[in-house]
Write a protein that binds this ligand. Sequence first.
Ligand SMILES: *Cc1c(COP(=O)(O)O)cnc(C)c1O
Length: 226
Amino acid sequence: MKVAENLCQVKSKIEKACERSGRRPEDVTVIAVTKYVSNERAQEAVDSGVLHLAENRKEGLLEKQETIHDDRVTWHLIGTLQTRKVKEIVGKVDYFHALDRLKLANELNKRITEGKLKCFVEMNISGEESKHGITEAELDDFIDKLAEFDHLQVVGLMTMAPNTEDSDVIRQVFHRLRILRDRIRDRKIIYAPCSELSMGMSHDYEIAVEEGATFVRIGTSLVGNE
Ligand SMILES: *Cc1c(COP(=O)(O)O)cnc(C)c1O
Protein backbone atom coordinates (compact mmCIF):
# COMPACT_ATOMS: atom_id res chain seq x y z
CA MET A 1 0.00 0.00 0.00
CA LYS A 2 1.14 3.51 -0.72
CA VAL A 3 1.78 5.66 2.31
CA ALA A 4 -0.71 8.18 0.92
CA GLU A 5 -3.47 5.55 0.99
CA ASN A 6 -2.63 4.46 4.52
CA LEU A 7 -2.52 8.09 5.56
CA CYS A 8 -6.05 8.63 4.25
CA GLN A 9 -7.28 5.75 6.40
CA VAL A 10 -5.40 6.88 9.48
CA LYS A 11 -6.68 10.43 9.10
CA SER A 12 -10.25 9.29 8.65
CA LYS A 13 -10.05 7.10 11.76
CA ILE A 14 -8.60 9.99 13.73
CA GLU A 15 -11.39 12.26 12.52
CA LYS A 16 -14.00 9.76 13.66
CA ALA A 17 -12.32 9.30 17.02
CA CYS A 18 -12.31 13.10 17.37
CA GLU A 19 -16.01 13.27 16.55
CA ARG A 20 -16.78 10.64 19.18
CA SER A 21 -14.84 12.55 21.81
CA GLY A 22 -15.63 16.15 20.88
CA ARG A 23 -12.10 16.98 19.79
CA ARG A 24 -10.59 18.75 16.78
CA PRO A 25 -8.52 16.67 14.33
CA GLU A 26 -6.02 19.52 13.97
CA ASP A 27 -5.10 19.01 17.62
CA VAL A 28 -3.75 15.54 16.84
CA THR A 29 -0.33 15.30 15.15
CA VAL A 30 0.51 12.10 13.29
CA ILE A 31 4.12 10.98 13.66
CA ALA A 32 5.32 8.37 11.17
CA VAL A 33 7.51 5.81 12.92
CA THR A 34 10.01 4.72 10.28
CA LYS A 35 12.13 2.31 12.33
CA TYR A 36 11.15 -0.77 10.29
CA VAL A 37 11.34 0.77 6.84
CA SER A 38 13.84 1.99 4.27
CA ASN A 39 14.99 5.54 3.70
CA GLU A 40 12.98 5.52 0.46
CA ARG A 41 9.80 4.60 2.29
CA ALA A 42 10.42 7.34 4.86
CA GLN A 43 10.90 9.79 2.00
CA GLU A 44 7.58 8.61 0.57
CA ALA A 45 5.93 9.49 3.87
CA VAL A 46 7.37 13.00 3.65
CA ASP A 47 6.23 13.33 0.03
CA SER A 48 2.74 12.29 1.16
CA GLY A 49 2.71 15.18 3.59
CA VAL A 50 3.73 13.53 6.86
CA LEU A 51 6.24 16.00 8.21
CA HIS A 52 6.82 14.38 11.60
CA LEU A 53 9.20 11.41 11.53
CA ALA A 54 10.28 9.21 14.43
CA GLU A 55 12.86 6.57 15.13
CA ASN A 56 13.33 4.63 18.35
CA ARG A 57 17.12 4.34 18.09
CA LYS A 58 19.61 7.10 17.58
CA GLU A 59 21.38 5.12 14.82
CA GLY A 60 18.16 4.90 12.82
CA LEU A 61 17.45 8.57 13.28
CA LEU A 62 20.88 9.65 12.06
CA GLU A 63 20.63 7.32 9.07
CA LYS A 64 17.27 8.71 7.98
CA GLN A 65 18.54 12.25 8.42
CA GLU A 66 21.44 11.55 6.10
CA THR A 67 19.13 10.89 3.18
CA ILE A 68 16.10 13.03 3.96
CA HIS A 69 17.10 16.63 3.61
CA ASP A 70 13.95 18.58 4.12
CA ASP A 71 13.72 21.53 6.47
CA ARG A 72 10.02 20.97 6.94
CA VAL A 73 10.56 17.69 8.79
CA THR A 74 10.29 17.59 12.57
CA TRP A 75 12.38 14.78 14.04
CA HIS A 76 11.29 12.72 17.03
CA LEU A 77 13.38 10.27 19.02
CA ILE A 78 10.88 7.97 20.71
CA GLY A 79 13.05 5.30 22.30
CA THR A 80 15.35 5.33 25.26
CA LEU A 81 18.81 6.74 24.89
CA GLN A 82 22.03 5.62 26.50
CA THR A 83 23.77 8.41 28.35
CA ARG A 84 26.99 7.92 26.42
CA LYS A 85 25.17 8.41 23.11
CA VAL A 86 23.62 11.75 24.03
CA LYS A 87 26.33 13.84 22.40
CA GLU A 88 25.63 12.25 19.02
CA ILE A 89 22.04 13.44 18.86
CA VAL A 90 22.30 16.88 20.39
CA GLY A 91 21.03 19.45 17.91
CA LYS A 92 19.49 16.78 15.68
CA VAL A 93 16.30 15.99 17.53
CA ASP A 94 13.28 18.27 17.87
CA TYR A 95 11.33 16.13 20.35
CA PHE A 96 12.60 13.46 22.72
CA HIS A 97 9.82 11.18 23.98
CA ALA A 98 11.66 8.99 26.46
CA LEU A 99 12.99 11.07 29.32
CA ASP A 100 12.89 8.62 32.21
CA ARG A 101 15.89 9.24 34.47
CA LEU A 102 17.78 12.14 35.99
CA LYS A 103 21.15 10.91 34.82
CA LEU A 104 19.93 11.19 31.24
CA ALA A 105 18.39 14.61 31.90
CA ASN A 106 21.67 15.76 33.36
CA GLU A 107 23.68 14.54 30.38
CA LEU A 108 21.29 16.06 27.85
CA ASN A 109 21.36 19.37 29.67
CA LYS A 110 25.12 19.36 29.83
CA ARG A 111 25.54 18.69 26.12
CA ILE A 112 22.92 21.09 24.77
CA THR A 113 24.50 24.47 24.28
CA GLU A 114 21.65 26.54 22.95
CA GLY A 115 17.89 26.48 23.12
CA LYS A 116 15.74 23.91 24.83
CA LEU A 117 15.05 20.31 23.92
CA LYS A 118 11.36 19.50 23.96
CA CYS A 119 10.97 16.39 26.11
CA PHE A 120 8.20 14.04 27.08
CA VAL A 121 8.53 12.30 30.40
CA GLU A 122 7.96 8.60 29.71
CA MET A 123 5.60 6.98 32.17
CA ASN A 124 5.13 3.35 33.03
CA ILE A 125 1.47 3.35 33.97
CA SER A 126 0.74 -0.34 33.60
CA GLY A 127 3.56 -1.38 35.92
CA GLU A 128 4.87 -3.98 33.47
CA GLU A 129 8.45 -4.82 34.39
CA SER A 130 9.57 -4.82 30.78
CA LYS A 131 8.52 -1.23 30.22
CA HIS A 132 10.62 1.87 30.51
CA GLY A 133 9.34 4.92 32.26
CA ILE A 134 8.82 6.30 35.70
CA THR A 135 5.91 5.40 37.94
CA GLU A 136 3.07 7.65 38.98
CA ALA A 137 4.45 7.79 42.50
CA GLU A 138 7.75 9.18 41.20
CA LEU A 139 6.31 11.77 38.82
CA ASP A 140 6.02 14.92 40.94
CA ASP A 141 9.44 14.52 42.45
CA PHE A 142 10.95 13.82 39.04
CA ILE A 143 9.39 16.96 37.57
CA ASP A 144 10.63 19.03 40.53
CA LYS A 145 14.16 17.79 40.06
CA LEU A 146 14.17 18.80 36.39
CA ALA A 147 14.05 22.45 37.49
CA GLU A 148 17.82 22.70 37.48
CA PHE A 149 18.16 21.77 33.80
CA ASP A 150 17.89 25.00 31.80
CA HIS A 151 18.02 23.30 28.42
CA LEU A 152 15.11 20.91 28.90
CA GLN A 153 11.45 21.71 28.50
CA VAL A 154 8.83 19.17 29.53
CA VAL A 155 6.19 19.52 26.83
CA GLY A 156 4.15 16.52 27.93
CA LEU A 157 3.91 12.91 29.04
CA MET A 158 4.38 9.77 26.95
CA THR A 159 3.41 6.16 27.47
CA MET A 160 3.13 2.83 25.68
CA ALA A 161 -0.01 0.77 26.17
CA PRO A 162 0.36 -2.60 27.86
CA ASN A 163 0.67 -5.69 25.74
CA THR A 164 -2.95 -6.81 25.72
CA GLU A 165 -5.92 -7.15 23.41
CA ASP A 166 -8.18 -5.82 26.14
CA SER A 167 -9.14 -2.36 24.93
CA ASP A 168 -10.59 -1.40 28.32
CA VAL A 169 -7.22 -1.96 29.94
CA ILE A 170 -5.52 0.08 27.21
CA ARG A 171 -8.07 2.85 27.61
CA GLN A 172 -7.54 2.99 31.35
CA VAL A 173 -3.81 3.48 30.85
CA PHE A 174 -4.34 6.34 28.39
CA HIS A 175 -6.97 7.88 30.62
CA ARG A 176 -4.62 7.76 33.55
CA LEU A 177 -1.83 9.44 31.56
CA ARG A 178 -4.20 12.26 30.73
CA ILE A 179 -5.08 12.79 34.38
CA LEU A 180 -1.39 12.96 35.24
CA ARG A 181 -0.75 15.36 32.35
CA ASP A 182 -3.54 17.64 33.56
CA ARG A 183 -2.14 17.56 37.06
CA ILE A 184 1.36 18.65 36.02
CA ARG A 185 0.01 21.17 33.51
CA ASP A 186 -2.16 22.77 36.17
CA ARG A 187 0.88 23.40 38.33
CA LYS A 188 1.89 25.97 35.69
CA ILE A 189 5.58 25.26 35.96
CA ILE A 190 7.64 27.44 33.62
CA TYR A 191 9.96 24.65 32.43
CA ALA A 192 7.15 22.07 32.30
CA PRO A 193 4.08 23.41 30.47
CA CYS A 194 3.13 19.77 29.96
CA SER A 195 0.28 20.33 27.54
CA GLU A 196 0.93 17.37 25.23
CA LEU A 197 0.12 13.66 25.35
CA SER A 198 2.22 11.26 23.26
CA MET A 199 0.25 8.02 23.18
CA GLY A 200 -1.23 5.61 20.66
CA MET A 201 0.43 3.30 18.11
CA SER A 202 -0.91 1.30 15.18
CA HIS A 203 -3.18 -0.92 17.25
CA ASP A 204 -4.50 1.59 19.71
CA TYR A 205 -4.29 5.11 18.30
CA GLU A 206 -8.05 5.50 17.99
CA ILE A 207 -8.48 4.83 21.70
CA ALA A 208 -5.60 7.18 22.41
CA VAL A 209 -7.22 9.98 20.42
CA GLU A 210 -10.51 9.46 22.25
CA GLU A 211 -8.57 9.79 25.48
CA GLY A 212 -6.84 13.00 24.45
CA ALA A 213 -3.63 12.14 22.58
CA THR A 214 -2.04 15.15 20.87
CA PHE A 215 0.74 13.10 19.22
CA VAL A 216 0.16 9.57 17.90
CA ARG A 217 3.19 7.46 16.89
CA ILE A 218 2.25 5.19 14.01
CA GLY A 219 4.57 2.76 12.25
CA THR A 220 3.00 -0.41 10.89
CA SER A 221 -0.37 1.04 9.83
CA LEU A 222 1.15 4.04 8.11
CA VAL A 223 4.50 3.16 6.55
CA GLY A 224 4.48 -0.60 7.19
CA ASN A 225 6.85 -2.86 9.07
CA GLU A 226 9.07 -4.46 6.47
C1 LIG B 1 7.76 1.14 17.18
C2 LIG B 1 7.15 2.17 18.04
C3 LIG B 1 5.91 2.76 17.71
C4 LIG B 1 5.10 2.38 16.47
O1 LIG B 1 4.67 1.06 16.52
P1 LIG B 1 3.59 0.48 15.48
O2 LIG B 1 2.87 -0.56 16.27
O3 LIG B 1 4.36 -0.10 14.35
O4 LIG B 1 2.69 1.58 15.08
C5 LIG B 1 5.42 3.74 18.55
N1 LIG B 1 6.08 4.12 19.66
C6 LIG B 1 7.26 3.58 20.03
C7 LIG B 1 7.93 4.06 21.27
C8 LIG B 1 7.83 2.58 19.24
O5 LIG B 1 9.01 2.04 19.60
